[in-house]
Design a protein around this ligand. Structure first.
Ligand code: ADP
Length: 161
């Protein structure tokens, strides 16, 4: 009965993230999506909006939970009983950073394992940051985002481009 934590910034959640949660559900008892509250990156959407959108678009089952955290992912895992950190691997560009992070986390907490999952090929090049750029410039991102996410993102970008 392994409970997985899927941490990230989710600014905003995309179909790629949703795909990963669905794959995680095939592997783990529960998948908890955890929005990092202290990331270095400047987020576009406030954390409350990111949490709300995740709750709106993720599968409605008690096996999927949404939360937020501060501090080290591995500490959050230990405090809350998560045995696995779930992360996505899209292209080779993800690999170097993810590799360093996984091994650093293992150094700190050897009993928390990082598991990488690849998304469906149609989402393998989708990133939240690229989507924000496309929306800012008036492009169509409907293939990559659920409609409620696109709506909130467009409203936010109109308010502060
Ligand atoms: P972070 O700032 O931690 O990278 P993101 O929200 O960008 O937060 O990503 C969280 C996790 O989801 C990362 O492991 C990332 O590789 C993965 N991910 C992001 N987009 C996709 C996608 N389209 N397909 C699969 N995994 C993805």
């Amino acid at each position: 009965m392994v409970r997985a934590l899927y941490p990230g910034s989710f600014d905003p959640v995309t179909n790629g993230h949703i795909d990963l949660v669905q794959r995680g559900l095939a592997l783990f008892e529960t998948v908890t999506v955890a929005v990092a509250a202290n990331i270095g990156k400047q987020a576009l959407l406030p954390i409350e909006d990111r949490l709300q959108l995740l709750r709106t678009v993720l599968p409605r089952t008690e096996r999927v939970q949404v939360t937020t955290f501060r501090g080290l992912v591995v500490d959050f895992c230990k405090q809350n009983g998560y045995g696995v950190i779930l992360r996505g691997l899209r292209t080779i560009a993800d690999f170097e950073y993810e590799y360093q992070m996984a091994l650093t986390n293992r150094h700190m907490r050897p009993d928390v394992e990082t598991v990488f999952v690849m998304p469906s090929v149609q989402y393998s090049y989708v990133s939240s940051s690229l989507i924000k750029d496309v929306v800012r410039n008036g492009g169509d991102v409907s293939a990559f985002l659920p409609a409620p996410v696109e709506k909130v993102l467009r409203a936010r970008l109109q308010a502060s481009p």
